[in-house]
Ligand binder design. Structure first.
Ligand code: ADP
Length: 248
């Protein structure tokens, strides 16, 4: 059953900012190999849901459980990373002055030993995992380039590569193709599809063309609640969804 293959289950999540309730009893279940898009109008609570899952925001009530039963809402952000939840924010957090390879090395070392990673130096050979990720993100010819000299798209892919080296089971992304050219957007979609072969991927997205092309599963949020869940075709055919998007 779907229950058995769930990697992460967020149940009855409620989040309030002061007196304002941004998320109201929201449920989200993530499965192995999901490429799951979270959509809905501005202010629907999508980003807040990702923030709850990665521990950046603590919910007023509700639970977020990994498959092994670990309750994530009780953990700190860095502990949640260690439990296998990676989060990519819109602004890239790469080190502009370091090369692509050095950035990837730093990410790989941080996973193994955060203290050693502080003393970053020039590294020699890449590990098999780093070579695999470098090919996946398409930066195999750019390993010696300074991260700051990369194109906007390449910077985003580098950051995704850095997250992959932390070996997340769940990868959360906020508008990963924002500001990209059509070609870069397409490459990003293909990359996410490939990542989903090994992990569970959740994407908050506003670009409906991108969602239509790449979403295997779509969850629509509206006013902090779950409005509809299904394939893109199922979601698009739902009159409630059309109403929310057309503002009727
Ligand atoms: P979405 O990602 O769907 O556009 P958000 O999750 O960013 O929506 O925001 C949901 C609602 O919560 C919005 O009305 C937003 O203004 C509000 N909100 C988000 N973060 C905060 C915060 N830190 N303090 C106050 N209000 C917030």
């Amino acid at each position: 059953s779907t229950e058995e293959s769930a990697v992460l289950v967020a149940e009855d999540i409620t989040v309030a900012f002061g007196g304002f309730v941004a998320v109201k009893g929201m449920n989200l279940k993530l499965h192995e190999h999901d490429l799951h898009f979270l959509i809905g109008p501005n202010g629907a609570g999508k980003t807040t849901m990702l923030d709850v899952i990665c521990g950046k925001t603590k919910p007023m009530s509700g639970s977020v459980k990994m498959a092994d039963g670990t309750e994530l809402t009780r953990l700190k952000e860095h502990q949640i990373v260690r439990k296998g939840v990676g989060r990519k924010f819109q602004a890239p957090s790469i080190f502009a002055g370091l090369t692509v390879q050095e950035n990837l090395t730093l990410a790989a070392e941080t996973r193994r030993s955060p203290l050693q990673a502080i003393g970053i130096r020039r590294y020699g050979k890449m590990s098999a995992a780093m070579e695999h990720v470098t090919l996946q993100i398409g930066l195999q010819d750019r390993v010696d380039a300074r991260a700051g000299a990369l194109s906007h798209g390449e910077k985003q892919w580098l950051e995704i590569g850095m997250l992959l080296l932390q070996e997340p089971r769940v990868l959360l992304l906020d508008e990963p193709a924002a500001g990209m050219t059509d070609e870069e957007t397409h490459k990003t979609g293909r990359l996410l599809q490939e990542i989903a072969r090994e992990r569970s991927v959740v994407v908050v997205e506003h670009d409906m063309e991108f969602v239509r092309e790449f979403a295997a599963k779509v969850t629509v949020m509206h006013e902090g609640k779950l409005l509809k869940e299904g394939t893109m075709a199922e979601v698009q055919a739902d009159p409630k969804v059309a109403e929310v998007y057309l503002g009727k």
